[in-house]
Design a protein around this ligand. Structure first.
Ligand code: CAA
Length: 379
């Protein structure tokens, strides 16, 4: 067993660390306050190849492995989890369904555009179908050489900036997961409109919207996989997506740890720095232990994915371990900062808000435990 990164992996991590420190961290607070992301940053992310991280090189991407991808997402997340969620949703659930299940012509037409920075989004969740993804009600009716989509989606990350949407819809009048189909739909297709933009607690630089679908005509070749494959397309995309969210949480958690260490070394109470007070040192030690343990689980999941082996259980375990460790780290960071940690002047206040959703989206902790338990109990 080897716990060393390759030269290439370390190089990528260092490059992204520098980029994040120079280009993202200085404006992270402002993006949070304004609830948006400047076009200039989007342009730099495009130029840096961040929208084609996981794409095969023949479609214009970088084709990096999942372990490298995890390192990249953690570094971006240390600077801004709002930026990292845009990148990870685009590279995983937004584009993987097309890269894995799309027809060659559609892949050739769309993947290079996605790699160049035309953003992708993933439309599964509906008002009546959150954790129970198979309960979606949006419909896809076949008419000649096209499908007509109707319904609506909510909590669509990247929705207002997206050029491409992965959309799940079912044959009218059916129930269950077997009659669900997945499509790739271009923005600008008549009938697909961005509805409400959510006003969120955290990740404020990233956009989350509702999407309305009204008689949206999609060419038959934009079906991903075969008819009825939609649920499995989404679930397998979520396996990779959950590894990305695990490393997003680890980035936030690591930032909490680093800020806490910095603060504890300079803040004095009872005549000595907090760092030399056992109750505070213990909190810092626990943050370190929990984040490192979760990181190892995350790398195991990433490594399995790179080997082409099933990673559903490990991805779910990594997501639970990382998001819960990061949540506790954010709580401890605010506690260590005391009253200052509750004020926006200190970054830990943002981390505390940003980390919360990682236990909810791309499958709640409760759903991850269901997935893990089913796999353990089936053995
Ligand atoms: N890969 C491939 N296939 C899979 C799979 C996987 N990881 N997981 C399940 N399947 C297959 C099963 O093998 C089964 O196939 P068969 O019909 O051949 O037997 C089929 O899918 C149905 O599986 P289940 O019986 O397990 O389905 P279920 O209805 O009991 O539910 C669930 C499964 C795990 C609860 C699922 O609904 C789930 O993951 N829910 C959470 C949804 C979620 O993560 N939503 C997040 C949306 S994206 C987002 O958060 C916003 C964003 O943009 C960031």
């Amino acid at each position: 067993m080897n716990f060393e990164f390759t030269e290439n992996q370390s190089m990528f991590r260092d490059m992204v660390r520098d980029f994040s420190r120079q280009e993202i961290a200085p404006i992270a607070q402002q993006m949070d306050e304004e609830g948006t992301m400047p076009d200039a940053l989007l342009a730099k992310l495009r130029e840096g190849g961040f929208f084609g991280l996981s794409f095969p090189e023949k479609y214009g991407g970088m084709g990096i492995d999942t372990v490298t991808y995890a390192l990249v997402i953690e570094e971006l997340s240390k600077a801004s989890a709002g930026v990292s969620v845009m990148i990870t949703v685009h590279n995983s659930v937004g584009s993987y369904p097309l890269a894995m299940f799309g027809g060659e012509e559609v892949k050739q037409a769309f993947l290079p555009r996605m790699a160049a920075g035309e953003i992708a989004a993933f439309c599964v969740t509906e008002p009546g179908a959150g954790s129970d993804a198979a309960a979606i009600a949006s419909t896809a009716r076949k008419e000649g050489e096209q499908y007509i989509l109707n319904g609506g989606k909510i909590f669509v990350t990247n929705g207002s900036r997206a050029a491409f949407f992965v959309v799940l819809a079912r044959t009218p009048g059916t129930v269950g997961h077997k009659d669900i189909h997945a499509f790739i739909v271009e923005s600008g297709t008549p009938g697909l409109t961005v509805a409400k933009k959510e006003d969120k607690m955290g990740l404020r630089a990233s956009d989350t919207v509702a999407i309305d679908l009204e008689d949206v005509a999609v060419p038959a070749e934009h079906l991903l996989g075969k008819e009825g494959d939609g649920f499995k397309v989404a679930m397998s995309a979520l396996d990779g997506g959950r590894i990305g969210i695990a490393f997003q949480a680890l980035g936030i958690g690591q930032a909490c740890l680093e800020e806490s260490i910095k603060y504890a070394k300079v803040r004095e109470q009872f005549g000595k720095p907090l760092a030399r007070q056992p109750v505070i040192a213990e909190k810092i030690a626990d943050m370190g232990i929990e984040l490192e343990a979760a990181r190892l689980l995350g790398f195991q999941a990433a490594w399995l994915k790179d080997q082409g082996q099933p990673c559903t259980k490990q991805a779910a375990m990594a997501k639970v371990a990382a998001t819960e460790a990061a949540w506790r780290a954010a709580d401890a960071a605010v506690q260590i900062h005391g009253g200052y940690g509750y004020c926006k002047e200190y970054a830990v206040e943002r981390y505390y808000r940003d980390v919360r959703v990682t236990r909810i989206y791309e499958g709640t902790s409760e759903i991850q435990r269901l997935v893990i338990a089913r796999q353990l109990l089936a053995g």
